[in-house]
Design a protein. Structure first.
Length: 163
């Protein structure tokens, strides 16, 4: 009887120690849908703590002028351990004060923090500069889409030099 009880607790403890990690796709969709529908508090829950206040200030400031119409995930790249990712998005957005529709390409840096994915920075690639990029200004000057310096050239060659 003692063996049965002990084995039950060992199996139960083993199951409890494995924390389910959220898929990146859910975090990316939740964050970008929240930006699109102006649910800034929900979007901020996916932003790393050190940028959260800056993010909320910026999003509140531009809330009335910017409307994200659509976004599309173009590409996702993970680092070797799989705890960081770069997500290339094409975003269609409207700036009310100009009365114009724009298309922008941005890269969002994502990092696994505990069991959750958090957006760490956003970089402009091409098109009109998306105002939400300023809310997540990167702290370093690494290549926006790639983990290594030469990979951008590889992407450009596959895209016919236009990336």
């Amino acid at each position: 009887m003692k063996i049965l009880i002990l084995s039950f607790f060992l199996v139960f403890a083993g199951c409890m120690s494995k924390i389910q990690k959220a898929p990146l796709s859910e975090a990316v969709r939740d964050y970008n849908d929240s930006i699109r529908w102006k649910r800034h508090i929900r979007a901020a829950s996916k932003v790393k703590n050190t940028l959260r206040d800056q993010f909320m200030d910026h999003m509140t400031e531009m809330e009335e002028d910017i409307l994200v119409h659509h976004y599309e995930v173009i590409r996702v790249r993970f680092n070797k351990p799989g705890d960081q990712a770069k997500v290339h998005l094409k975003v269609t957005w409207f700036k009310d004060s100009e009365g114009t529709l724009h298309r922008s390409h941005v890269v969002q840096d994502w990092k696994m923090v505990g069991p959750a994915w958090m957006v760490d920075a956003q970089h402009h690639l091409r098109g009109k500069d998306l105002p939400t990029t300023e809310a997540l200004a990167p702290m370093d000057k690494q290549s926006p889409m790639n983990f290594d310096a030469d990979a951008k050239k590889d992407v450009q060659s596959r895209q016919g030099g236009k990336f």
